[in-house]
Design a protein around this ligand. Structure first.
Ligand SMILES: Nc1nc2c(c(=O)[nH]1)N[C@H]1C(S)=C(S)[C@@H](COP(=O)(O)OP(=O)(O)OC[C@H]3O[C@@H](n4cnc5c(=O)[nH]c(N)nc54)[C@H](O)[C@@H]3O)O[C@H]1N2
Ligand SMILES: Nc1nc2c(c(=O)[nH]1)N[C@H]1C(S)=C(S)[C@@H](COP(=O)(O)OP(=O)(O)OC[C@H]3O[C@@H](n4cnc5c(=O)[nH]c(N)nc54)[C@H](O)[C@@H]3O)O[C@H]1N2
Ligand code: SF4
Ligand SMILES: [Mo]
Length: 713
C-alpha cells in the first residue's frame, strides 16, 4: 500500500469530491488532483485539501477511554471498554425496557455503517429509539419530495445538467462557502446565457454571482414562493397541458396562491413586487428551469410546506420530470443521501422502505433472519430523542454526531446528555459530546477504511482505504460486531455484523432490493470501474452477485422523465398557505437570528477545528450584523456582542456588513463555548419532517462589557 496512489473521496460534504491520496514516508498523506471524477474534476476546497491533517494521531483518539471512579476519562483496553458498553446498555434494558436504550447516528457515516447501525438497534438492542443528525439537515426536503414525487433523491439529475438549463433559483443555499467546487456549474450556466436567482437574507458570496438576489426576511420563503406562483398564474405563465397530464391537486393550490397577493407577500417578505415580477420573468422565459433548495428554506418549523411551495412553482410551469428541468435539494453531509436510505432514521428500513409497511418489514426481516414481529416500530425524531435523554431514554450509543454543538437549544440538550445513566460515543476525536461519555471508542475514518457513500446527485461512490489506521483504533463495523457478540452472542447475532465493508454492502444490496432506493444492481466492482452508479439500480432478479456489472442495469442518473414515483405516476401539488415563524420578534426580542456556515469550518467543527490552516482562516464565532444595528448598539467591528434568546445567551465579536438585512443577525454554528450559536436556536419542529427551526428565532443583541450601550436594538 505504501507510496501508491489511491483514488478516493473527501470525508466532508455531500459533493464527495474525488481526490487522490498518497502516503508519504514520514507518515503524512498527500492529497493530489483526481481529474477523472466528473463532479469536481480535480478541484477541492480548503477542507478537502487539508483533510489528511485529521488522520494524524496528534489530534485524534488512539485508545478507548472509560470514565474512572474519580470522574476522569482514562485509557482502557478495547475489551474493558466494550464490556462496559455492553453492561451499560444491558442494565438499562433490564431495568427500563428496550426502548430506554437510544441510538444516534450521522449522515457522515458510510452506507455500510448506517445500515449496520440501524440493524443493530432493531435486531440486537430491540429498540425503536434510533435517529440521526440528518434529521437536522435535509429532512424537510425529503418529506416534501416524497409527498410531491413519491420519491426523495436530493437531485433528480446530475449536476452536469445545471449549466444547460435556462434559469436556476437557488433558495437558501450558499455553495460558494458550502460546496465551492460546485460553483463552476452556476458560473457555466451564466456563461451559457442562463440566469441565476439567489434567495438569501444575506448577500453571500453566492448571491454576488447572481443575476437577481432576493433577500427575504428569514422564515418567509413560503410566502415568497406563493407570491411568485400568484404572479405566474396572473401573467398566464402556467403550463396547462402539463398540469392536466402529469399532476394532481392544482385547483386547490391555485386558489391558495391567488390568496397571496404580491403586495401582501412584499409586506411579509420584504421583497418588492418588481423583484417578484423580475424573478417570474427570468424563471418562466426559458424553456427549462430548476429550483434548488438547501438549508435556508428547509430548516424551518414549516420547512416541508416551504419546499412544497417551491416545488409547486416547478409543477405549475411544467418544470419537473422533463429534461434539464426540475426541483432538487442540495444535501449536506458526505453521505447525507445514503445515510437517509438504509435505516438509521426513526421510521425507516433499508432501501428507503417504511418501518410501518408490513411488506417492507417482512422483506427486511427475511434478509436479517428474524421474525418481522420482533422489529420495533418507528421511534422519536432526533430532537425529541435528545430531549428524552435522562427521562424515557436512559442510555445512548452515539456514532457520527456532536449534538452538544449542533443540536438546537444546545444547553438543554447538553443537560439532557449529562442526565443519562450511560453514554457511549464512537468518534475519531474527543468531540464536546464524546467528552461527556462514560466510554469513548476511537474509530477509523475515511482514508483508513473502505466504504460507500451516496452523493447529493444520488451517485453511489466507493471510498477506498489508502492508509493504515493508527494503532489502537478500530472501525465502527468492528465495534458493532463486538457489541453484537457481547449482547446477543448466545443467539449468534454477531454473524449478522460482518467487519468487512464489502460483505455488509452485499447484504445491503439484498435488503434494498425492490425498495425505492434499490442498490441491488450495484457492486464494489462496478463502483470502481464506473466511477459511481446512480440509484435506483435494480439487479435482474436472477443475476447472481458475481455477474452483476455485466450488461445489468445502468443506474438512473435522471428520475421522473416518464412518470413520477407515485402510484398513478402524477406529481402532487401541495396546497399550502403562509404561516409565521414559531417565534416572531417582539419588544423584548426584536431581532431575527439566522445561522449557517463558513467555508473553512465543517459542522460542529469537531474535525476542522483541529486543522491549523482552517483555524487560521476561520478562528472563531462571530455575529454578522448591519451597520445600522451596530450603530444603535454602539458596537464597532470586532467588539464582543451578546445575542440573547429565550434559550440562552451567546457572545462573539461583531462583524459589521451591509450584506445582511438590518432586522437580522447571522451566526455560524461551528463552535462550542460562549460563542455557541445553538445556545440560542429554537427547537420548534416541523410537524411532518420534525426539523427544528435553525434558521429563524427572536433575539436581542446587546453590547458587552465596558462599551457604551446605545438604545436597545
Ligand atoms: N464549509 C462548510 N461546508 C459545508 C458544511 C459546513 O459545515 N461547512 N456542511 C455541509 C452540510 S451538512 C450542509 S447541510 C450544507 C449546507 O449548505 P447551505 O444550505 O448552503 O448552508 P447554510 O449556511 O446552512 O445555509 C445557506 C444559506 O441560507 C441562508 N438563510 C438563512 N435563513 C434563511 C431563510 O430563512 N431563507 C433563505 N432562503 N435563506 C436563509 C443563510 O444566510 C445561508 O447563506 O453544507 C455542507 N457543506
Ligand atoms: N444552528 C445551526 N445548527 C445546525 C445547522 C445549522 O445550519 N444551524 N445545521 C445542521 C445540520 S445540516 C447538520 S448536518 C448537523 C451536523 O452536526 P453534527 O451532527 O454535530 O456533525 P459533525 O460535526 O459532522 O459531527 C460528526 C461527528 O462524527 C465524527 N466522525 C467523523 N467520521 C466518523 C466516522 O466514520 N465514525 C464515527 N463514529 N464518527 C465519525 C466527527 O469527528 C464528529 O465528531 O448540524 C445541524 N446543526
Ligand atoms: S466541497 Fe465538500 S467534498 Fe469537495 S473538497 Fe470541499 S468539503 Fe470536500
Ligand atoms: Mo447538513
Amino acid at each position: 500500500m505504501q507510496n501508491t496512489v489511491t483514488p478516493t473521496h473527501c470525508p466532508y460534504c455531500a459533493l464527495q469530491c474525488g481526490m487522490n491520496l498518497t502516503p508519504a514516508p514520514d507518515g503524512t498523506v498527500e492529497v493530489s488532483e483526481r481529474t477523472d471524477f466528473p463532479v469536481n474534476r480535480g478541484a477541492l476546497c480548503g477542507k478537502g485539501r487539508t483533510a489528511p491533517a485529521v488522520l494524524s494521531s496528534r489530534v485524534r483518539l488512539t485508545s478507548p477511554l472509560v470514565r474512572s471512579e474519580a470522574g476522569a476519562l482514562v485509557p482502557a483496553s478495547w475489551d474493558e471498554a466494550l464490556d462496559r458498553i455492553a453492561d451499560g446498555l444491558r442494565r438499562t434494558r433490564a431495568e427500563h425496557g428496550a426502548d430506554a436504550v437510544g441510538v444516534f447516528g450521522g449522515g457522515g457515516l458510510t452506507n455500510e455503517k448506517a445500515y449496520g447501525l440501524g440493524k443493530f438497534a432493531r435486531v440486537v438492542l430491540g429498540t425503536s429509539q434510533i435517529d440521526y443528525n440528518g434529521r437536522f439537515c435535509m429532512s424537510s426536503a425529503a418529506a416534501a419530495g416524497t409527498r410531491a414525487f413519491g420519491l426523495d433523491r436530493g437531485l433528480p439529475f446530475p449536476l452536469e445538467d445545471v449549466p444547460r438549463t435556462g434559469c436556476v433559483i437557488l433558495v437558501g443555499s450558499n455553495p460558494a462557502e458550502t460546496m465551492p467546487p460546485s460553483l463552476r456549474y452556476f458560473t457555466e450556466l451564466r456563461e451559457n446565457g442562463g440566469t441565476l436567482i439567489v434567495v438569501d437574507p444575506r448577500r453571500t458570496r453566492t448571491a454576488e454571482q447572481a443575476d437577481l438576489h432576493l433577500a427575504p426576511r428569514p422564515g418567509t420563503d413560503l410566502a415568497l414562493a406563493l407570491g411568485l406562483l400568484h404572479l405566474i398564474v396572473a401573467e398566464g405563465r402556467t403550463d396547462e397541458a402539463y398540469i392536466r397530464e402529469r399532476t394532481v391537486g392544482w385547483e386547490e393550490t391555485r386558489a391558495a396562491a391567488m390568496a397571496h397577493w404580491p403586495e401582501y407577500v412584499e409586506r411579509i417578505t420584504g421583497v418588492s413586487v418588481p423583484e417578484l415580477r423580475e424573478a417570474v420573468r427570468l424563471f418562466c422565459e426559458p424553456e427549462a428551469a430548476m429550483v434548488l433548495t438547501a438549508r435556508g428554506p428547509e430548516q424551518q418549523s414549516k420547512g416541508t410546506d416551504t419546499v412544497g411551495a417551491w416545488i409547486n412553482l416547478c409543477l405549475a410551469t411544467g418544470r419537473a420530470g422533463r429534461p434539464l428541468s426540475g426541483y432538487g435539494c442540495l444535501t449536506g453531509q458526505g453521505n447525507g443521501q445514503g445515510g437517509r436510505e438504509h435505516g438509521q432514521k426513526a421510521d425507516q428500513l433499508p432501501g428507503y422502505r417504511k418501518l410501518t409497511d408490513p411488506a417492507a418489514r417482512a422483506h427486511v426481516a427475511g434478509v436479517w433472519g428474524v421474525d418481522p414481529d420482533t422489529l420495533p416500530g418507528p421511534g422519536r425524531s432526533a430532537y425529541e430523542l435528545l430531549d428524552a435523554l435522562g427521562t424515557d431514554i436512559r442510555s445512548l450509543l452515539l456514532m457520527g454526531s456532536n449534538p452538544v454543538v449542533s443540536a438546537p437549544r444546545a444547553a438543554h440538550v447538553e443537560e439532557r446528555i449529562r442526565a443519562l445513566d450511560f453514554l457511549a460515543v464512537c468518534d475519531v476525536v474527543l468531540s464536546e459530546t464524546a467528552a461527556l461519555a462514560d466510554v469513548v471508542l476511537p474509530v477509523t475514518q475515511w482514508a483508513e477504511e473502505t466504504g460507500t457513500t451516496t452523493n447529493l446527485e444520488g451517485r453511489v461512490l466507493l471510498r477506498r482505504r489508502a492508509v493504515a489506521p493508527p494503532e489502537g483504533v478500530r472501525s465502527d463495523l468492528e465495534v458493532l460486531h463486538a457489541l453484537a457478540a457481547r449482547l446477543g452472542g448466545e443467539r449468534g447475532l454477531e454473524k449478522g455484523f460482518p467487519t468487512d465493508p464489502e460483505e455488509v454492502f452485499e447484504e445491503l444490496r439484498r435488503a434494498s432490493a425492490g425498495g425505492p432506493a434499490d442498490y441491488s444492481g450495484i457492486t464494489y466492482r462496478r463502483l470502481a470501474e464506473e466511477n459511481g452508479v446512480f440509484w435506483p439500480c435494480p439487479a435482474p432478479a436472477d443475476a447472481p452477485p458475481a455477474t452483476a456489472g455485466t450488461g445489468v442495469h445502468p443506474g438512473t442518473p435522471r428520475l421522473f422523465l416518464d412518470r413520477f414515483a407515485t402510484e398513478d405516476g402524477r406529481a402532487r401539488f401541495a396546497p399550502v398557505s403562509h404561516r409565521a415563524i414559531a417565534e416572531e420578534p417582539d419588544d423584548e426580542y426584536p431581532v431575527l437570528l439566522t445561522t449557517g456556515r463558513v467555508v473553512a469550518q465543517y459542522q460542529s467543527g469537531a474535525q476542522t477545528r483541529r486543522v491549523d490552516e482552517l483555524n487560521a482562516a476561520a478562528p472563531g464565532p462571530f455575529v454578522e450584523l448591519h451597520p445600522r444595528l451596530a450603530e444603535r448598539l454602539g458596537a464597532a467591528e470586532g467588539d464582543p456582542v451578546a445575542v440573547v434568546s429565550r434559550r440562552g445567551r451567546a457572545v462573539a465579536p461583531a462583524r459589521i456588513t451591509t450584506a445582511i438585512r438590518p432586522d437580522t443577525v447571522f451566526m455560524p454554528f461551528h463552535w462550542a463555548g460562549e460563542g455557541r450559536a445553538n445556545t440560542l436556536t429554537n427547537p420548534a419542529l416541523d410537524p411532518t419532517s420534525r426539523m427544528p427551526e435553525f434558521k429563524a428565532c427572536a433575539v436581542r443583541v446587546e453590547a458587552v462589557g465596558g462599551m457604551q450601550p446605545g438604545p436597545r436594538a
